[in-house]
Design a protein. Structure first.
Lengths: 380, 113
């Protein structure tokens, strides 16, 4: 299998992580335990090619980099926050032709891979929007993988179903897969068949690169003849296993996994400190992340006023996430049945107290991304 | 070509300067990593030996339990891994400290001895 796409430096503040992976690097390394003969095409500065070799060659991955001017870096406050790309724009963009039987291709900051393959999976990775078949790319069988936000942005349709249908036609694709975060994923086939695939539960949630794992497992299975719905289901299971550990290569066997079903509610009450500018900035980052997970309505409430009983959120039909940055605040919520009404998920900063548990119907989670997912599984 | 190499050198300096440190030999003093393919039974606070498995080329950096000698995982997906390998080949000694175990995720800090 050929895997084409970016190898990027990824930095995250919490959890404190620095990795050299990117979509293509993660996909290649992830699949190295499941199949042989992986060839990695990417863009990278020539001076750093030995670093690519050191990272990927020991795992049986053949590196075929094309020169670029700079190593691209993505910085995250936490895994669900929108990343900051550095440099913001690549100095130049190149175009590379990829010929192969099975090709998994990711959208790339530094340029475009023009794929000529018997079967291809294309994950455009957001901007810049590009169709697979632009610039002469060809594939007898084609699957396109996007997230819900991307598929809606690429069409003028009012629903994911309509947007996916339009994309099937526009891309002349056999399959369109739409990843929808805590809701799982949807599979749309050229013959009109559609399937829903659940998200699977995990106890922690390192979301950076989860979509890369989804696309890579889908490609691995679909290229080998598995039907699209089964391949997508296995991709969702592997994604849950990956976000739990962030460990690569991917495991050869999966543990028993439980699907998470959405509850149907569309509101999330977010209780956060708002007393300072940094606190308000943090609240803004959280709100963006919740919106990106597909929750239509987010009500933000100041933690201090909530604890004092000054505000009463409308809890009907809503889930609640309380960010209790200190033990005192968490204890105040847990010990007060009135405040705890509605069984909020409570995020406890790991710098204060690494803790995960349950009590009085609450979930206490020390992983911020996991706390958001737990809240959204109740809210979406 | 000249312009291209200038940009490459700039990005290389930028990449090499972050998270590595060093005391003159160009070897990183400390770097953080998530263990690749971690075995079970690792606890926070444990110290691991850092060695090279020369079987593949280029070699793989493996971490093993200091007491039992059992391999507990390896390092990959980290910037400047080629530099770390070169330092280990030059007999610069490293140990890894297990910072945290969350779910199946094992975070270590690799520290120059």
């Amino acid at each position: 299998m050929i895997i084409a796409g970016g190898v990027y430096l990824e930095r995250c503040v919490t959890p404190d992580t620095t990795q050299l992976l990117g979509s293509a690097g993660r996909a290649a390394l992830g699949l190295s335990s499941l199949r042989n003969g992986i060839v990695l095409h990417t863009f990278h500065p020539v001076a750093l090619w030995p670093d690519l070799e050191a990272n990927f060659r020991p795992y049986g991955i053949e590196c075929r980099p094309s020169p670029s001017s700079e190593r691209i870096e993505f910085s995250y406050v936490f895994p669900l926050a929108r990343p900051v790309q550095s440099p913001a724009i690549a100095a130049s963009r190149s175009e590379e032709l990829i010929n192969g039987r099975d090709v998994l291709s990711f959208g790339c900051v530094e340029g475009d891979f023009v794929v000529r393959a018997q079967q291809a999976v294309f994950d455009p990775q957001g901007a810049p929007p590009r169709r697979f078949r632009e610039h002469g790319a060809q594939a007898r069988r084609l699957a396109v993988v996007l997230n819900a936000k991307e598929v809606m942005a690429r069409t003028s349709k009012g629903s994911i179903d309509e947007a996916a249908g339009a994309l099937l036609s526009a891309e002349t694709a056999d399959v369109v897969l739409v990843k929808d975060g805590p809701n799982g994923a949807y599979v749309f086939e050229q013959d009109g068949a559609s399937h829903s695939v659940p998200a699977y539960a995990s106890s922690s949630n390192y979301k950076i690169g989860s979509g890369d794992v989804f696309s890579s497992i889908f490609a691995h299975c679909w290229f080998d003849g598995m039907d699209p719905a089964s391949a997508a289901d296995l991709a969702s299971r592997y994604t849950a296993a990956y976000v739990e550990s962030a460990a690569l290569p991917l495991p050869t066997e999966l543990p028993h996994q439980v699907p998470r079903r959405p509850s149907g509610a569309k509101r999330l009450v977010l209780v956060v400190p708002l007393a300072s500018t940094p606190a308000r900035w943090f609240a803004h980052i959280l709100r963006e992340a919740v919106h990106d997970l597909g929750v239509a309505e987010v009500e933000v409430i100041d933690l201090a006023r909530f604890l004092a009983g000054d505000v009463q959120p409308v809890r009907s039909g809503a889930a609640m996430l309380v960010c209790a940055h200190d033990r005192e605040a968490a204890s105040a919520i847990l010990s007060n049945p009135r405040l705890a009404e509605g069984a909020p998920t409570i995020f406890m900063d790991t710098s204060v107290a690494p803790q995960t548990g349950e009590g009085l119907g609450h979930r206490i989670v020390s992983d911020l991304s996991q706390a958001l997912y737990e809240a959204c599984w109740a809210a979406v | 070509m000249g312009g291209s190499s200038t940009k490459s050198s700039t990005s290389r300096r930028k990449a090499r300067a972050t998270g590595t440190g060093g005391d003159g030999d160009g070897c990183p003093t400390k770097l953080k990593a998530v263990i690749t393919g971690p075995a079970g039974g690792i606890s926070p606070g444990a110290w691991l030996d850092v060695t090279l498995d020369q079987t593949p080329a280029p070699p793989r950096v493996v971490l093993s339990d200091l007491t039992s000698g059992n391999i507990v995982g390896s390092l990959t997906g980290i910037p400047d891994l080629d530099v770390l390998i070169r330092c280990l080949q030059n007999d610069v000694s490293y140990r890894a400290y297990v910072e945290g175990v969350t779910g199946g995720r094992v975070d270590v800090t690799v520290i120059k001895q």
